[in-house]
Design a protein around this ligand. Sequence first.
Ligand code: PFF
Length: 452
Amino acid sequence: MAQQLGETKAREEWGTRLGFVCAAVGSAVGLGNIWRFPYITGENGGAAFIVVYLLCILLCGLPIMIAELTIGRKAQSDAVGSFEVLAPGKLWIVGGVLGVLAGFFILSFYSVVAGWALKYFATAVSGSLWEIDKAGFGQFFGDYIAQSWEPIFWQGTMMAMTIYIVAGGVKKGLERWNRILIPALAIMVILLAGFSLTLDGAAKGVAFLFTPDWKKLGDPNVYLLALGQAFFSLSIGMAVFITYGSYLSQSSRIPVMASATAAGDTIFAIIAGLAIFPAVFAFGFDPSAGAGLSFITLPGLFQAMPGGMVVGPLFFLLLVFAALTSMASLLEVPVAFFMRVLEAPRGKIAIITGFVIFAIGIPSSLGFGVLGHIKWGDKTILDIMDFLMLNLALPIGGMITALFVGWAWQQQSVLSDVGLGKNVLGFCWLWLLKVVAPLMVLFVFLHKLNLV
Ligand code: PFF
Protein backbone atom coordinates (compact mmCIF):
# COMPACT_ATOMS: atom_id res chain seq x y z
CA MET A 1 0.00 0.00 0.00
CA ALA A 2 1.49 3.35 -0.97
CA GLN A 3 1.16 6.61 0.88
CA GLN A 4 -1.57 6.90 3.49
CA LEU A 5 -2.79 10.02 5.23
CA GLY A 6 -0.40 10.75 8.05
CA GLU A 7 1.90 8.59 5.95
CA THR A 8 5.12 7.00 7.02
CA LYS A 9 6.93 7.41 3.70
CA ALA A 10 9.10 10.54 4.06
CA ARG A 11 7.41 13.60 2.65
CA GLU A 12 9.41 15.91 0.43
CA GLU A 13 10.86 18.90 2.28
CA TRP A 14 12.34 22.31 1.52
CA GLY A 15 16.14 22.25 1.63
CA THR A 16 16.61 25.58 3.40
CA ARG A 17 14.54 28.36 4.95
CA LEU A 18 15.74 30.78 2.34
CA GLY A 19 14.68 28.29 -0.32
CA PHE A 20 11.18 28.19 1.14
CA VAL A 21 10.92 32.00 1.33
CA CYS A 22 12.07 32.28 -2.32
CA ALA A 23 9.41 29.76 -3.36
CA ALA A 24 6.74 31.52 -1.31
CA VAL A 25 7.69 34.95 -2.67
CA GLY A 26 7.81 33.35 -6.12
CA SER A 27 4.20 32.30 -5.74
CA ALA A 28 3.12 35.67 -4.42
CA VAL A 29 5.00 37.89 -6.87
CA GLY A 30 3.37 37.61 -10.27
CA LEU A 31 1.24 39.35 -12.84
CA GLY A 32 -0.76 40.66 -9.88
CA ASN A 33 2.20 42.76 -8.73
CA ILE A 34 3.49 44.02 -12.02
CA TRP A 35 0.46 45.13 -13.94
CA ARG A 36 -2.50 44.89 -11.57
CA PHE A 37 -1.26 46.57 -8.41
CA PRO A 38 0.21 49.69 -10.07
CA TYR A 39 -2.84 50.58 -12.12
CA ILE A 40 -5.39 49.76 -9.43
CA THR A 41 -3.42 51.90 -7.00
CA GLY A 42 -3.22 54.70 -9.51
CA GLU A 43 -6.92 54.64 -10.23
CA ASN A 44 -8.07 54.39 -6.63
CA GLY A 45 -6.53 57.17 -4.69
CA GLY A 46 -2.79 56.42 -4.78
CA ALA A 47 -1.42 56.48 -1.24
CA ALA A 48 -4.91 56.25 0.29
CA PHE A 49 -5.40 52.94 -1.52
CA ILE A 50 -1.99 51.73 -0.39
CA VAL A 51 -2.95 52.39 3.24
CA VAL A 52 -6.14 50.33 2.87
CA TYR A 53 -4.22 47.63 1.02
CA LEU A 54 -1.61 47.39 3.79
CA LEU A 55 -4.39 47.09 6.37
CA CYS A 56 -5.94 44.24 4.35
CA ILE A 57 -2.57 42.49 4.26
CA LEU A 58 -1.98 42.92 7.99
CA LEU A 59 -5.48 42.20 9.28
CA CYS A 60 -6.56 39.53 6.84
CA GLY A 61 -3.90 38.36 4.39
CA LEU A 62 -0.96 37.65 6.67
CA PRO A 63 -3.04 35.90 9.39
CA ILE A 64 -4.59 33.63 6.74
CA MET A 65 -1.21 32.87 5.17
CA ILE A 66 0.08 31.86 8.62
CA ALA A 67 -3.05 29.72 9.15
CA GLU A 68 -2.62 27.92 5.80
CA LEU A 69 1.04 27.14 6.53
CA THR A 70 0.13 25.87 10.00
CA ILE A 71 -2.55 23.55 8.62
CA GLY A 72 -0.16 22.07 6.06
CA ARG A 73 2.74 21.60 8.43
CA LYS A 74 0.58 20.00 11.08
CA ALA A 75 -1.23 17.63 8.71
CA GLN A 76 1.74 16.87 6.44
CA SER A 77 -0.59 16.42 3.51
CA ASP A 78 -1.95 18.22 0.44
CA ALA A 79 -4.85 20.70 0.27
CA VAL A 80 -7.64 18.13 0.64
CA GLY A 81 -5.74 15.53 2.66
CA SER A 82 -4.86 18.12 5.31
CA PHE A 83 -8.50 18.69 6.15
CA GLU A 84 -9.11 14.91 6.12
CA VAL A 85 -6.32 14.47 8.67
CA LEU A 86 -7.26 17.36 10.93
CA ALA A 87 -11.07 17.18 10.72
CA PRO A 88 -12.04 13.72 9.46
CA GLY A 89 -15.55 13.45 8.08
CA LYS A 90 -16.27 17.16 8.51
CA LEU A 91 -17.41 19.69 5.96
CA TRP A 92 -14.22 21.76 6.33
CA ILE A 93 -12.80 19.67 3.50
CA VAL A 94 -14.69 21.96 1.12
CA GLY A 95 -11.85 24.46 1.74
CA GLY A 96 -9.32 22.00 0.32
CA VAL A 97 -11.47 20.93 -2.61
CA LEU A 98 -12.04 24.57 -3.55
CA GLY A 99 -8.28 25.09 -3.43
CA VAL A 100 -7.59 22.29 -5.91
CA LEU A 101 -10.36 23.50 -8.23
CA ALA A 102 -9.18 27.11 -8.01
CA GLY A 103 -5.65 25.93 -8.85
CA PHE A 104 -7.02 24.38 -12.04
CA PHE A 105 -9.04 27.34 -13.19
CA ILE A 106 -6.76 30.19 -12.14
CA LEU A 107 -3.80 28.53 -13.82
CA SER A 108 -5.87 27.91 -16.96
CA PHE A 109 -6.40 31.62 -17.66
CA TYR A 110 -3.26 32.91 -15.94
CA SER A 111 -1.22 30.92 -18.47
CA VAL A 112 -2.98 32.70 -21.33
CA VAL A 113 -1.83 36.13 -20.07
CA ALA A 114 1.62 34.71 -19.29
CA GLY A 115 1.75 33.51 -22.91
CA TRP A 116 1.06 37.07 -24.13
CA ALA A 117 4.03 38.23 -22.04
CA LEU A 118 6.27 35.57 -23.58
CA LYS A 119 5.19 36.53 -27.10
CA TYR A 120 5.96 40.19 -26.36
CA PHE A 121 9.35 39.24 -24.97
CA ALA A 122 10.12 37.28 -28.15
CA THR A 123 9.04 40.10 -30.47
CA ALA A 124 10.87 42.69 -28.35
CA VAL A 125 14.09 40.68 -28.64
CA SER A 126 13.69 39.97 -32.36
CA GLY A 127 12.98 43.67 -32.92
CA SER A 128 9.66 43.25 -34.76
CA LEU A 129 7.77 44.90 -31.87
CA TRP A 130 9.62 48.16 -32.49
CA GLU A 131 8.58 48.32 -36.13
CA ILE A 132 4.99 49.01 -35.14
CA ASP A 133 3.73 52.56 -35.53
CA LYS A 134 3.38 54.54 -32.25
CA ALA A 135 -0.40 54.61 -32.56
CA GLY A 136 -0.60 50.97 -33.65
CA PHE A 137 0.08 49.09 -30.41
CA GLY A 138 -3.58 48.84 -29.41
CA GLN A 139 -4.45 47.41 -32.79
CA PHE A 140 -1.47 45.03 -32.68
CA PHE A 141 -2.47 43.70 -29.27
CA GLY A 142 -6.15 43.32 -30.23
CA ASP A 143 -5.26 41.53 -33.47
CA TYR A 144 -2.77 39.29 -31.75
CA ILE A 145 -5.03 38.01 -28.96
CA ALA A 146 -7.86 37.47 -31.46
CA GLN A 147 -5.80 34.90 -33.35
CA SER A 148 -6.50 31.23 -32.73
CA TRP A 149 -3.19 29.43 -32.92
CA GLU A 150 -0.30 31.64 -31.95
CA PRO A 151 -1.49 32.67 -28.47
CA ILE A 152 -2.21 29.01 -27.72
CA PHE A 153 1.32 28.13 -28.78
CA TRP A 154 2.85 30.63 -26.31
CA GLN A 155 0.40 29.63 -23.58
CA GLY A 156 1.47 26.01 -24.13
CA THR A 157 5.14 27.01 -23.96
CA MET A 158 4.58 28.67 -20.56
CA MET A 159 2.73 25.56 -19.36
CA ALA A 160 5.53 23.29 -20.56
CA MET A 161 8.07 25.30 -18.53
CA THR A 162 5.79 25.18 -15.50
CA ILE A 163 5.42 21.40 -15.80
CA TYR A 164 9.20 21.09 -16.05
CA ILE A 165 9.70 22.99 -12.78
CA VAL A 166 7.00 21.12 -10.85
CA ALA A 167 8.08 17.71 -12.18
CA GLY A 168 11.52 18.37 -10.65
CA GLY A 169 10.05 18.11 -7.15
CA VAL A 170 10.06 20.37 -4.11
CA LYS A 171 13.80 20.77 -3.65
CA LYS A 172 15.11 20.23 -7.16
CA GLY A 173 12.23 21.90 -8.96
CA LEU A 174 10.33 24.55 -7.03
CA GLU A 175 13.09 25.55 -4.63
CA ARG A 176 15.94 25.42 -7.14
CA TRP A 177 14.22 27.50 -9.81
CA ASN A 178 12.81 30.05 -7.40
CA ARG A 179 16.24 30.55 -5.87
CA ILE A 180 17.49 31.53 -9.31
CA LEU A 181 14.48 33.45 -10.60
CA ILE A 182 13.54 35.47 -7.51
CA PRO A 183 16.89 37.24 -7.07
CA ALA A 184 16.92 37.80 -10.85
CA LEU A 185 13.45 39.35 -10.62
CA ALA A 186 14.48 41.57 -7.72
CA ILE A 187 17.52 42.86 -9.61
CA MET A 188 15.49 43.49 -12.78
CA VAL A 189 12.70 45.42 -11.07
CA ILE A 190 15.17 47.54 -9.09
CA LEU A 191 17.12 48.35 -12.28
CA LEU A 192 13.91 49.28 -14.07
CA ALA A 193 12.73 51.48 -11.18
CA GLY A 194 16.16 53.12 -10.92
CA PHE A 195 16.09 53.94 -14.62
CA SER A 196 12.51 55.15 -14.56
CA LEU A 197 13.11 57.44 -11.58
CA THR A 198 16.00 59.22 -13.30
CA LEU A 199 13.90 60.31 -16.29
CA ASP A 200 12.89 63.96 -16.61
CA GLY A 201 9.39 64.43 -15.23
CA ALA A 202 9.50 61.23 -13.16
CA ALA A 203 8.31 63.11 -10.07
CA LYS A 204 4.79 63.34 -11.47
CA GLY A 205 4.60 59.55 -11.61
CA VAL A 206 5.78 59.26 -8.02
CA ALA A 207 3.18 61.81 -6.96
CA PHE A 208 0.47 59.90 -8.84
CA LEU A 209 1.34 56.74 -6.92
CA PHE A 210 1.87 58.24 -3.50
CA THR A 211 -0.16 61.42 -3.15
CA PRO A 212 -3.20 60.38 -1.15
CA ASP A 213 -6.63 61.16 -2.45
CA TRP A 214 -8.47 60.64 0.84
CA LYS A 215 -11.87 61.28 -0.75
CA LYS A 216 -11.58 57.86 -2.35
CA LEU A 217 -11.86 56.25 1.10
CA GLY A 218 -15.57 57.07 1.03
CA ASP A 219 -16.05 54.64 -1.85
CA PRO A 220 -16.72 51.05 -0.62
CA ASN A 221 -15.33 49.72 -3.90
CA VAL A 222 -11.84 50.76 -2.81
CA TYR A 223 -12.02 48.34 0.13
CA LEU A 224 -13.28 45.52 -2.07
CA LEU A 225 -10.54 46.04 -4.61
CA ALA A 226 -7.90 46.26 -1.89
CA LEU A 227 -9.05 43.04 -0.22
CA GLY A 228 -9.36 41.13 -3.51
CA GLN A 229 -5.94 42.35 -4.57
CA ALA A 230 -4.45 41.35 -1.18
CA PHE A 231 -5.79 37.78 -1.55
CA PHE A 232 -4.70 37.40 -5.15
CA SER A 233 -1.31 38.97 -4.67
CA LEU A 234 -0.45 36.94 -1.57
CA SER A 235 -1.71 33.75 -3.28
CA ILE A 236 -3.97 32.94 -0.35
CA GLY A 237 -7.39 31.29 -0.32
CA MET A 238 -6.49 28.42 -2.60
CA ALA A 239 -4.29 26.22 -0.45
CA VAL A 240 -0.92 27.04 -2.05
CA PHE A 241 0.40 27.65 1.44
CA ILE A 242 -1.25 24.54 2.88
CA THR A 243 0.63 22.55 0.27
CA TYR A 244 3.87 24.51 0.78
CA GLY A 245 3.48 24.29 4.57
CA SER A 246 3.35 20.50 4.34
CA TYR A 247 6.96 20.56 3.09
CA LEU A 248 8.15 22.62 6.10
CA SER A 249 10.10 21.07 8.94
CA GLN A 250 8.68 21.29 12.44
CA SER A 251 11.43 23.66 13.54
CA SER A 252 10.73 26.38 10.96
CA ARG A 253 9.23 29.58 12.29
CA ILE A 254 6.03 30.06 10.35
CA PRO A 255 5.09 33.61 11.51
CA VAL A 256 8.54 34.94 10.63
CA MET A 257 8.64 33.28 7.23
CA ALA A 258 5.11 34.33 6.35
CA SER A 259 5.86 37.92 7.36
CA ALA A 260 8.96 37.90 5.15
CA THR A 261 6.85 36.61 2.26
CA ALA A 262 4.11 39.21 2.69
CA ALA A 263 6.66 42.00 3.06
CA GLY A 264 8.56 40.81 -0.03
CA ASP A 265 5.37 40.72 -2.07
CA THR A 266 4.28 44.20 -0.99
CA ILE A 267 7.68 45.82 -1.49
CA PHE A 268 7.90 44.21 -4.93
CA ALA A 269 4.51 45.62 -5.92
CA ILE A 270 5.50 49.13 -4.83
CA ILE A 271 8.84 48.97 -6.68
CA ALA A 272 6.98 47.75 -9.78
CA GLY A 273 4.80 50.87 -9.49
CA LEU A 274 7.97 52.97 -9.26
CA ALA A 275 9.30 51.28 -12.39
CA ILE A 276 6.16 51.96 -14.41
CA PHE A 277 4.53 55.28 -13.47
CA PRO A 278 7.48 57.68 -13.46
CA ALA A 279 8.28 56.55 -17.02
CA VAL A 280 4.62 56.73 -18.09
CA PHE A 281 4.37 60.33 -16.87
CA ALA A 282 7.80 61.36 -18.12
CA PHE A 283 6.68 60.54 -21.67
CA GLY A 284 3.15 61.83 -21.32
CA PHE A 285 1.37 58.48 -21.70
CA ASP A 286 -2.00 57.58 -20.19
CA PRO A 287 -1.55 56.08 -16.71
CA SER A 288 -5.07 54.67 -16.43
CA ALA A 289 -5.02 52.22 -19.32
CA GLY A 290 -5.98 49.41 -16.94
CA ALA A 291 -5.32 45.92 -18.21
CA GLY A 292 -3.87 47.30 -21.44
CA LEU A 293 -1.09 49.09 -19.56
CA SER A 294 1.51 46.34 -19.96
CA PHE A 295 0.70 45.35 -23.52
CA ILE A 296 -0.39 48.61 -25.17
CA THR A 297 0.90 51.62 -23.24
CA LEU A 298 4.29 50.27 -22.21
CA PRO A 299 5.47 49.02 -25.63
CA GLY A 300 4.73 52.50 -27.01
CA LEU A 301 6.68 53.96 -24.13
CA PHE A 302 9.68 51.69 -24.66
CA GLN A 303 9.69 52.61 -28.33
CA ALA A 304 9.77 56.32 -27.47
CA MET A 305 12.37 56.30 -24.70
CA PRO A 306 16.13 56.19 -25.04
CA GLY A 307 17.37 52.73 -24.11
CA GLY A 308 13.89 51.32 -24.64
CA MET A 309 15.20 48.51 -26.83
CA VAL A 310 16.98 47.15 -23.75
CA VAL A 311 14.45 48.16 -21.11
CA GLY A 312 11.54 46.70 -23.11
CA PRO A 313 12.82 43.12 -23.36
CA LEU A 314 13.90 43.35 -19.70
CA PHE A 315 10.39 44.35 -18.65
CA PHE A 316 8.74 41.49 -20.54
CA LEU A 317 11.29 39.02 -19.22
CA LEU A 318 10.41 40.25 -15.73
CA LEU A 319 6.75 39.60 -16.46
CA VAL A 320 7.50 36.11 -17.82
CA PHE A 321 9.64 35.07 -14.83
CA ALA A 322 7.17 36.49 -12.31
CA ALA A 323 4.31 34.65 -13.99
CA LEU A 324 6.27 31.41 -14.25
CA THR A 325 7.08 31.18 -10.54
CA SER A 326 3.42 31.82 -9.66
CA MET A 327 2.27 29.24 -12.20
CA ALA A 328 4.52 26.61 -10.63
CA SER A 329 2.84 27.14 -7.25
CA LEU A 330 -0.61 26.97 -8.83
CA LEU A 331 0.23 23.65 -10.49
CA GLU A 332 1.78 22.22 -7.33
CA VAL A 333 -1.57 22.29 -5.48
CA PRO A 334 -3.42 19.81 -7.75
CA VAL A 335 -0.24 17.83 -8.43
CA ALA A 336 0.34 17.19 -4.71
CA PHE A 337 -3.30 16.14 -4.39
CA PHE A 338 -3.31 13.72 -7.33
CA MET A 339 0.05 12.23 -6.38
CA ARG A 340 -1.49 11.06 -3.12
CA VAL A 341 -4.89 10.04 -4.40
CA LEU A 342 -3.69 8.22 -7.52
CA GLU A 343 -0.50 6.97 -5.89
CA ALA A 344 1.40 7.95 -9.02
CA PRO A 345 4.84 9.49 -9.55
CA ARG A 346 5.25 13.26 -9.59
CA GLY A 347 6.56 13.54 -13.16
CA LYS A 348 3.62 11.69 -14.70
CA ILE A 349 1.04 13.59 -12.63
CA ALA A 350 2.65 16.96 -13.42
CA ILE A 351 2.51 16.26 -17.16
CA ILE A 352 -1.08 15.01 -17.20
CA THR A 353 -2.44 17.70 -14.84
CA GLY A 354 -0.54 20.41 -16.67
CA PHE A 355 -1.86 19.22 -20.00
CA VAL A 356 -5.48 19.11 -18.79
CA ILE A 357 -5.15 22.65 -17.37
CA PHE A 358 -3.65 23.83 -20.65
CA ALA A 359 -6.66 22.37 -22.49
CA ILE A 360 -9.11 24.03 -20.06
CA GLY A 361 -7.34 27.34 -20.73
CA ILE A 362 -7.78 27.23 -24.51
CA PRO A 363 -11.34 28.67 -24.49
CA SER A 364 -10.06 31.60 -22.38
CA SER A 365 -7.63 32.38 -25.18
CA LEU A 366 -10.15 31.84 -27.97
CA GLY A 367 -12.64 34.07 -26.13
CA PHE A 368 -10.86 37.07 -27.70
CA GLY A 369 -11.34 35.66 -31.20
CA VAL A 370 -13.46 32.81 -32.55
CA LEU A 371 -15.31 32.36 -29.23
CA GLY A 372 -15.81 36.11 -28.85
CA HIS A 373 -19.59 35.68 -28.98
CA ILE A 374 -19.58 33.88 -25.60
CA LYS A 375 -19.98 36.75 -23.16
CA TRP A 376 -21.50 37.55 -19.80
CA GLY A 377 -22.34 41.23 -19.95
CA ASP A 378 -19.19 42.64 -21.47
CA LYS A 379 -16.98 39.95 -19.95
CA THR A 380 -15.05 37.53 -22.16
CA ILE A 381 -14.45 33.92 -21.09
CA LEU A 382 -11.14 34.90 -19.47
CA ASP A 383 -12.79 37.79 -17.60
CA ILE A 384 -15.54 35.48 -16.35
CA MET A 385 -13.06 32.94 -15.00
CA ASP A 386 -11.00 35.75 -13.45
CA PHE A 387 -14.12 37.26 -11.86
CA LEU A 388 -15.41 33.96 -10.42
CA MET A 389 -12.06 32.90 -9.05
CA LEU A 390 -10.94 36.21 -7.57
CA ASN A 391 -14.29 37.23 -6.19
CA LEU A 392 -15.68 33.88 -5.11
CA ALA A 393 -13.26 30.98 -4.86
CA LEU A 394 -10.34 32.79 -3.20
CA PRO A 395 -12.34 34.71 -0.56
CA ILE A 396 -14.45 31.64 0.29
CA GLY A 397 -11.33 29.48 0.52
CA GLY A 398 -9.65 32.06 2.74
CA MET A 399 -12.69 32.42 4.97
CA ILE A 400 -12.94 28.64 5.47
CA THR A 401 -9.27 28.51 6.47
CA ALA A 402 -9.69 31.41 8.90
CA LEU A 403 -12.81 29.95 10.52
CA PHE A 404 -11.33 26.46 10.69
CA VAL A 405 -8.15 27.49 12.47
CA GLY A 406 -9.94 30.14 14.55
CA TRP A 407 -12.91 28.10 15.76
CA ALA A 408 -12.61 24.38 15.01
CA TRP A 409 -9.09 23.94 16.34
CA GLN A 410 -8.35 23.77 20.04
CA GLN A 411 -6.88 27.10 21.11
CA GLN A 412 -4.09 25.60 23.19
CA SER A 413 -3.03 23.33 20.39
CA VAL A 414 -3.17 25.86 17.59
CA LEU A 415 -1.05 28.40 19.45
CA SER A 416 1.69 25.87 20.01
CA ASP A 417 1.34 24.47 16.46
CA VAL A 418 1.91 27.87 14.91
CA GLY A 419 4.78 28.56 17.29
CA LEU A 420 3.39 31.79 18.73
CA GLY A 421 2.52 30.62 22.22
CA LYS A 422 0.06 32.19 24.66
CA ASN A 423 1.12 35.77 24.26
CA VAL A 424 -0.33 38.96 22.86
CA LEU A 425 0.78 38.14 19.32
CA GLY A 426 -0.76 34.66 19.50
CA PHE A 427 -4.11 35.93 20.75
CA CYS A 428 -4.15 38.80 18.26
CA TRP A 429 -3.58 36.34 15.43
CA LEU A 430 -6.37 34.09 16.68
CA TRP A 431 -8.84 36.95 16.98
CA LEU A 432 -8.00 38.22 13.56
CA LEU A 433 -8.84 34.74 12.25
CA LYS A 434 -11.92 34.26 14.38
CA VAL A 435 -13.58 37.61 13.81
CA VAL A 436 -11.81 40.29 11.79
CA ALA A 437 -10.81 38.38 8.64
CA PRO A 438 -14.18 36.56 8.23
CA LEU A 439 -16.07 39.84 8.74
CA MET A 440 -13.94 41.58 6.15
CA VAL A 441 -14.63 38.84 3.61
CA LEU A 442 -18.33 38.83 4.50
CA PHE A 443 -18.47 42.56 3.88
CA VAL A 444 -17.05 41.98 0.41
CA PHE A 445 -19.73 39.41 -0.38
CA LEU A 446 -22.61 41.47 0.95
CA HIS A 447 -21.42 44.38 -1.09
CA LYS A 448 -21.13 42.24 -4.22
CA LEU A 449 -24.73 41.19 -3.67
CA ASN A 450 -25.62 44.85 -3.27
CA LEU A 451 -26.71 44.33 0.34
CA VAL A 452 -24.44 46.92 1.91
N1 PFF B 1 0.02 35.85 -6.49
C1 PFF B 1 0.03 35.75 -7.91
C2 PFF B 1 0.13 37.14 -8.51
O1 PFF B 1 0.17 38.13 -7.78
O2 PFF B 1 0.19 37.24 -9.73
C3 PFF B 1 -1.19 35.04 -8.46
C4 PFF B 1 -1.55 33.79 -7.75
C5 PFF B 1 -0.65 32.74 -7.65
C6 PFF B 1 -2.79 33.67 -7.15
C7 PFF B 1 -0.97 31.61 -6.96
C8 PFF B 1 -3.15 32.54 -6.45
C9 PFF B 1 -2.23 31.54 -6.36
F1 PFF B 1 -2.53 30.47 -5.71
